[in-house]
Design a protein around this ligand. Structure first.
Ligand SMILES: Cc1cc2nc3c(=O)[nH]c(=O)nc-3n(C[C@H](O)[C@H](O)[C@H](O)COP(=O)(O)O)c2cc1C
Length: 404
C-alpha cells in the first residue's frame, strides 16, 4: 500500500523525536520514500546524520540554504510528497501551523504544501490541555488536518502521567496506511456538495435565543474533507466559533428557517450532508423589543415546530440530491433511533452518534459513529472528527461511483 508513496516527515523538537527513527524504518520497509525536515529544536534530540542514514536521502534543516534552494527548495520539498507527516508535532509547531507562521523550513513547508497533513502531537499533558493548544487544535482540525494521538500514559518527565504521549510508530504507520486506503478512492472532483453545520439560534427577543451545544466541528471537518477530496463545497453554518474551512464557500445563518432558505437557494447539488443540530422548535412570536422583568410576571414561551430541513430536502419533488445524508445525535438507543429516523425522513444514510455528556462528543474533538443505511449498520472506530470526515468523504466517493 505504501510502495512508491512519498512521505515528507517533519520532525519537531520533543523527546518523542527518537520514535521517528523507528517510523522511518517501518515506512522504508513498506516501500515508501521518506524525506525529512528537522526543526532546529529537533536536532537537539536526533541528529540529521541518523535520520539521513535511515531515510537514505539528504535531510533538510535550513530555510536559507542556497544549495537546497537551487536543488530542490522549500516549495518543491513541500509539494513533492503524497502526504506530509508531522511527528512529533510540538505545541509550538501546532501553534505556528494554526496561525500560518512561516519562520523556519518546517513551518514554511507546512504553509506552502498543497498535500494532506497528518500530525502526531506529543507534549506534556499540561501543554496538551492548555487552552492555547486546544484552540490551535480546533483550528487545525477545521483546516482539515488529520491527527493521530496523543495517547495517555507515563511521560518522559518523572512522575508525570496523562494525555500527551506521541502515538507509537506502528500506530502512526497505521494512520498513514489508513490515509492512503481512503484517499485511493476518495475523489470527489467535479461533485457539488452541500454541508450544514453547527447549531441554530432561535430568537426569543432581540438579545435572547434558544440554542444547543453543537460546536460545528464535525460539519466543518466534513466540508473541509470534501473540498480536500476535490468537491465544490457549500457550507451553510449556524453560529459557531470556528474559522471558515479553506476552499469552501461558507454561508452564515442564525435560525432554522434561514438555514433552510440557504440550503434551498444552493440546490441542485450531488450530495447534501445535514450535520447541523437544527432546533426542533422556535418561539412562536419572538418579541421585537427586549422583554423586561416586571409585575406581569415570568413570560411563557410558546414554541412552534421548525421546518424539518432533512425531510424537506430528502423529499424535494424536483431537486433532491443523488445522495442525502443526515446526522442523528442521540443520547440513548442510538442505532435504533437512527434507523427510525432514516425511514421517517427519506434520506439515504444516517450517521448516528451518541451525544450523551459522558461521551464528550458535543464540542469535543473525537466522535464514535455508526453509519446506518437501509441495508446495514456499520460501527466505525472512535476517531478524530477530521478522520470521521475523511472516511465519510471516501465513502461518498465510492457510493457516487456506484450510482454512475
Ligand atoms: C528536554 C525537552 C523536551 C521537550 N519536549 C517537548 C515535547 O515533547 N513537546 C513539545 O511540544 N515541546 C517540547 N519541548 C519544547 C520544545 O522543544 C520547544 O517548544 C521548541 O521551541 C519546539 O520547536 P519546534 O516546534 O520548532 O520543533 C521540549 C524541550 C526540552 C528542553
Amino acid at each position: 500500500m505504501l510502495r512508491n508513496k512519498r512521505i515528507l516527515l517533519i520532525i519537531g523538537g520533543g523527546i518523542a523525536a527518537y520514535k521517528c527513527l523507528e517510523l522511518v524504518r517501518r515506512l522504508k520497509e513498506r516501500g515508501a520514500s521518506v524525506r525529512a525536515i528537522l526543526t532546529p529544536a529537533a536536532q537537539q534530540f536526533v541528529t540529521p546524520l541518523t535520520v539521513g542514514a535511515l531515510t537514505g536521502e539528504r535531510v533538510f534543516t535550513d530555510l536559507f540554504d542556497l544549495t537546497a534552494e537551487h536543488d530542490i527548495g522549500h516549495i518543491r520539498l513541500s509539494r513533492e510528497a503524497d502526504l506530509v507527516v508531522v511527528a512529533p508535532a510540538t505545541a509550538d509547531l501546532m501553534a505556528r501551523m494554526a496561525h500560518g507562521i512561516a519562520d523556519d523550513l518546517a513551518s514554511t513547508a507546512l504553509i506552502a504544501t498543497d498535500k494532506p497533513v497528518l500530525i502526531a502531537p506529543a507534549m506534556n499533558p499540561r501543554m496538551w490541555a492548555h487552552p492555547a493548544t486546544r484552540r490551535n487544535l480546533a483550528i487545525l482540525e477545521a483546516d482539515g488536518i488529520t491527527r493521530i494521538g496523543p495517547n495517555a500514559g507515563a511521560m518522559a518527565e518523572r512522575d508525570e502521567f496523562g494525555e500527551g504521549r506521541m502515538a507509537e510508530p506502528m500506530e502512526i504507520l497505521a494512520a498513514i496506511e489508513g490515509h492512503f486506503t481512503h484517499v485511493g478512492s476518495a475523489t470527489l472532483t467535479g461533485r457539488r456538495i452541500l454541508v450544514t453545520s453547527g447549531p441554530t439560534h432561535e430568537p426569543i427577543d432581540p438579545v435572547r435565543y434558544i440554542a444547543n451545544r453543537s460546536s460545528g466541528k464535525q460539519g466543518h471537518a466534513i466540508a473541509a474533507a470534501a473540498a480536500a477530496a476535490g468537491a465544490q463545497v457549500v457550507l451553510v453554518s449556524g453560529p459557531v466559533d470556528l474559522p471558515d474551512p479553506p476552499n469552501v464557500h461558507t454561508i452564515h445563518v442564525e435560525s432554522a428557517r434561514e438555514m433552510l432558505a440557504a440550503v434551498e437557494g444552493n440546490l441542485p447539488v450531488d450530495v447534501a450532508i445535514f450535520t447541523a443540530a437544527v432546533a426542533d422548535w422556535r418561539v412562536a412570536d419572538a418579541a421585537d423589543q427586549k422583554i423586561k422583568k416586571g409585575p406581569q410576571g415570568t413570560p411563557a414561551l410558546h414554541l412552534v415546530e421548525n421546518p424539518d430541513i432533512l425531510a424537506t430536502i430528502s423529499r424535494h419533488p424536483t431537486l433532491r440530491p443523488h445522495l442525502v445524508i443526515g446526522f442523528a445525535a442521540e443520547t440513548e438507543k442510538v442505532v435504533e433511533h437512527a434507523r427510525a429516523k432514516l425511514a421517517r425522513k427519506g434520506c439515504d444514510l444516517i450517521v448516528a452518534n451518541d451525544v450523551s455528556p459522558a461521551h464528550g462528543v458535543m464540542g469535543g474533538d473525537t466522535n464514535t459513529v455508526h453509519l446506518v443505511s437501509p441495508a446495514q449498520v456499520e460501527d466505525w472506530p472512535t476517531a478524530s472528527k477530521a478522520e470521521v470526515a475523511r472516511r465519510l468523504a471516501a465513502r461518498i466517493a465510492t457510493l457516487l461511483e456506484g450510482q454512475a
